[in-house]
Design a protein around this ligand. Sequence first.
Ligand SMILES: [Zn+2]
Length: 223
Amino acid sequence: MADFRTHLSAAVGGGALLAFAGWQSGFWTPGEALPLGALTAFGGILPDIDADHSHAVRLIFNTMAVLAVVVGVLLLHAQLEPGALLMVCGGLYVGVRLVLSPVFKRFSVHRGIWHSLLAAVLCGLATSVAGYQWLGQPAMLAWAQGLALLLGYCIHLLLDEIYSVDLTGARLKRSFGTALKLFDYRAPGNSLLMLLIAMSLLPWLPPFASLQGLMLQGSTFWR
Ligand SMILES: [Zn+2]
């Protein structure tokens, strides 16, 4: 399997390329490009959220804790006194770092359900929903943010598979087929639950017409 540094550099490279190409062709401003690149980079390490004791896990949960605080401030700063806001955001940070992270560690299996295309789609959809509903992003940009995360996620899964092929002897390692899979065949119940969660996000997604618009713009770019 590819190690953390390989994943991070590939994902950062992919993110930089996406951000730059989209900016050059007028899809987004530099200010919009930066978060898109960062999302691709984050997506590129996200699948290893299921690896206990890795750099990836620490970085993922640190990032998520910071994001939770940012979203908390954006959503609540108008309603709460500064003191209360500080308490809530402190609670969010501690909650993600000290509660969510160990719970996750306890219940996840490495190269299990989080190394699948279903998980990639779920995380992409959740990103678009969060951007559109909570952060007030325009619909097309929210779709682009979800797709950026999805891209990073797929780069990770692909790298894991590439590294499970022994290139010198052209033999397949035992881990082949454990990263880039549609869903976790060994845990059909959990996979079904994940599919239901993904489907429950549908009503909150930005309008599909905007996704179509984005795709259309994208296809003219490649021609
Ligand atoms: Zn992995």
